[in-house]
Write a protein that binds this ligand. Structure first.
Ligand code: PEP
Ligand code: MN
Length: 268
């Protein structure tokens, strides 16, 4: 693989006194989509009560059907910014257009590029201009090599703070939404020096599998997980079937220290 920027020692990404990298295991949780201030605040306070400071939530949603709720947009960004400020936590939200780079870079801590945009090289290049860490999801039909080259586009354009996220790939298996490619974790660690996290929610599309896949990610040596979590998953307007509740989240969390000690990591 002819990568120019990913061959040195593994990088650590520092953000607000937290480190994302090979020495840590970062847990990012929260709703698929931001629905209102009160619900997001409640979720973030719950996470904080468990010492989890990274929260996720979409303001701009790319939905397969144009007739589905596509997020609160700019109003959602205001809500995320307010909750992060009031709680001192770290936000993650998806950017879907290069037109939004300046607006979102000022309001959101970590910008996420979703699976549908991994090949949007103009967006990736625009993200080279900001200082925010970028979570780059794997394209649903992309090889690991294509994904690492996508990361090169961001780094070559000036932003080395890239975190890779395995979120499942398309296969012939219909029982799960996608197939989690757990081998992507050791593969990325071999061929790249970027942090690699796993999203068990979009990988499986199934609430009943999130615990097993989260633990699998930790056992495989991932640098973190991103999990769709809500206090009332069935009431949510997007991806409720794969969103876990607080008690499942607590179960996952309880056994993580044991698993990540296999890799001499600490929870963050
Ligand atoms: C998400 O994390 O909100 C999301 C839409 O994921 P993906 O791009 O992996 O489908
Ligand atoms: Mn989702």
């Amino acid at each position: 693989m002819d990568l120019k920027y990913q061959s040195g020692d593994p990088i650590s990404i520092k953000i607000k006194n937290r480190i994302i990298g090979r020495e840590t295991f970062t847990v990012i949780a929260g709703p698929c989509t931001i629905e209102n201030y009160e619900d997001l605040k409640r979720i973030v306070l719950f996470l904080q009560s468990q010492q989890i400071v990274f929260f996720r939530g979409g303001a701009y949603k790319l939905r397969t059907s144009p007739y589905n709720f596509s997020g609160l947009g700019a109003e959602g960004l205001e809500i995320i910014e307010r909750v992060a400020r009031e709680t001192g936590t770290i936000s993650v939200s998806e950017i879907v257009s290069s037109q939004d780079v300046d607006l979102m870079a000022g309001k959101i801590d970590i910008l996420q590029v979703g699976t549908r945009n991994m090949h949007n090289y103009r967006l990736l290049q625009a993200l080279g201009r900001v200082a925010n860490p970028i979570i780059l999801k794997r394209g649903m039909s992309s090889t690991i090599e294509e994904w690492l080259f996508a990361a090169e586009h961001i780094i070559a354009a000036g932003n080395p703070r890239v975190i890779l996220c395995e979120r499942g790939i398309r296969t012939y298996e219909p029982l799960t939404r996608n197939t989690l490619d757990i081998s992507a974790v050791p593969a990325v660690k071999k061929y790249s020096n970027l942090p690699i996290i796993v999203d068990p929610s979009h990988s499986s599309g199934r609430r009943d599998m999130i615990k097993a896949l989260s633990w699998a990610a930790a056992a495989a040596g991932a640098d973190g997980i991103m999990v769709e979590t809500h206090f009332a998953p069935d009431s949510t307007s997007c991806d409720s079937q794969q969103t876990i509740n607080e008690s499942t989240f607590l179960e996952i969390l309880a056994s993580l220290p044991q698993l990540i000690s296999l890799w001499q990591k600490r929870l963050t």
